[in-house]
Design a protein. Structure first.
Lengths: 133, 278
């Protein structure tokens, strides 16, 4: 490892190798977008099928939903897909605002951190609600 | 029968144009004036130009330069839409001045401004350095490992089918006038974006069966400010005076990068100069 990190150049090359190509990122972007359309459609259909739509956000109903494992998985997938697609979209918009390495690296780190944070916080909510009485 | 009818319609059109021209003998040329290096405040100067049949905007500008104000800064060369030098915004739309007839413009005032998205130099002249840098980044030439241009005895031509040529032919009509670059909304905000011209040229050489540098070009365009930043507004294709469709080239190249389509080009073979095959 010492040899690998002996110079800044090697470190830069390693980081560059680890980074995804823009075409790979865009493949993820398009796939998550299409998948999000599907899962959100399923989510809306399930909501519409609920007998009392007005009460669907009542405490008991929400907890009941979280106890339903397939529905929790659906919510988790919505969270992951929309977080990845949305924050990558934000990264693309911000990339066009300024063109310098510091800004580009900054927004890349910000969007990755924000995606992880949102997914972690949402997952925590789903898991906690699932374990509630 | 149909031919005669079309002919009559054409004649009527010509008559209408003549009538319109007879009722509009003079136009006002509204020319953008400023010298960036002298920090001039931009202003518009008006010139009254007598028009003749088939007169182009470039003719009108040259009339103004010859007889009214010889200080107008303008770049031009061939006067026949071949060199791509006289690109400017005419009534707000990027066009070639030599390829735009006054009769096809509406109103009696013609506004000429320098192209957007290019650094301004003086009056209607802009700096193309950045535009050509982006073009050079795409390696716009045929690179073939099998063809040694230093060996004159073996120098020959490549075997290409008409289908091979059709894949890139329309993109090779590009005259680098910069109109597409000026019309591109992404270039307006992202200076590192190569622009429609460079990207369509990347496709032009990528699709050419004589070329060996396909992967290098894909790597060049596949980066943060590369091909993926195109919003597909399509304005590049609308303004191209040579009928090139840069937006199509960009989408085709994207398809290759996404893996939807593959470059199944087999590298064209050199014709054996010693063989008698014609």
């Amino acid at each position: 490892m010492e040899v690998l990190y002996s110079s800044g150049e090697n470190r830069t090359k390693l980081v560059e190798k680890m980074m995804l190509k823009e075409s790979q990122i865009m493949k993820i972007h398009y796939t998550t977008g299409l998948a999000a359309l599907f899962v959100v459609a399923v989510h809306i259909i399930v909501r519409l099928m609920t007998p009392s739509f007005g009460l669907s956000l009542s405490y008991e109903n929400v907890i009941k939903n979280y106890h339903n494992i397939p529905y929790s998985i659906l919510l988790e997938s919505i969270l992951i897909l929309i977080a990845i697609h949305g924050f990558n979209g934000l990264r693309i918009i911000l990339l066009e605002l300024r063109q310098n390495k510091r800004w580009e690296d900054g927004i890349t780190i910000f969007t990755i951190a924000a995606t992880i944070t949102i997914i972690a916080y949402g997952t925590r909510t789903i898991i906690t609600a699932n374990w509630l009485g | 029968m149909l031919g005669k009818k079309n002919n009559r319609n054409d004649m009527r059109k010509i008559d209408d144009t003549t009538k319109a021209e007879n009722t509009r003998q003079m136009v006002i040329l509204n020319v953008y004036r400023a010298n960036t290096y002298r920090n001039d405040l931009p202003r518009f100067e008006k010139y009254q130009i007598p028009i003749q049949r088939w007169m182009t905007v470039l003719d009108a500008l040259l009339f103004a330069k010859s007889y009214l104000d010889n200080s107008i800064g303008i770049r031009y060369s061939c006067r026949m839409a071949s060199c791509g030098s006289c690109g400017m915004k005419i009534n707000g739309i990027p066009k070639l001045a030599c390829y735009t007839k006054i009769s096809e413009l509406e109103g009696n005032t013609i506004t000429c401004e320098p192209l957007s998205n290019f650094p301004h130099i003086r009056d209607l002249v802009t700096d193309f350095s950045q535009f050509f840098e982006h073009h050079k980044e795409m390696a716009p030439f045929i690179h073939n490992n099998n063809a040694d241009i230093r060996d004159e005895n073996r120098l020959s031509e490549f075997k290409q089918t008409p289908q091979d040529v059709d894949k890139y032919l329309q993109f090779s009509y590009c005259i680098k006038c910069g109109l597409c670059y000026s019309a591109c909304p992404t270039v307006a905000t992202d200076t590192k974006f190569p622009g429609p011209q460079a990207l369509s040229q990347a496709y032009r050489y990528y699709a050419d069966t004589r070329d060996h540098l396909s992967n290098r070009r894909l790597n060049t365009v596949d980066e943060k400010h590369g091909i993926w930043r195109c919003h597909f507004a399509g304005s590049c294709s609308t303004v191209c005076p040579k009928g090139v469709d840069p937006a199509l080239g960009i989408q085709l190249l994207r398809g290759h990068l996404m893996g939807f389509s593959r470059n199944e080009n087999t590298i064209a073979k050199l014709r054996d100069p010693t063989s008698k095959e014609s």
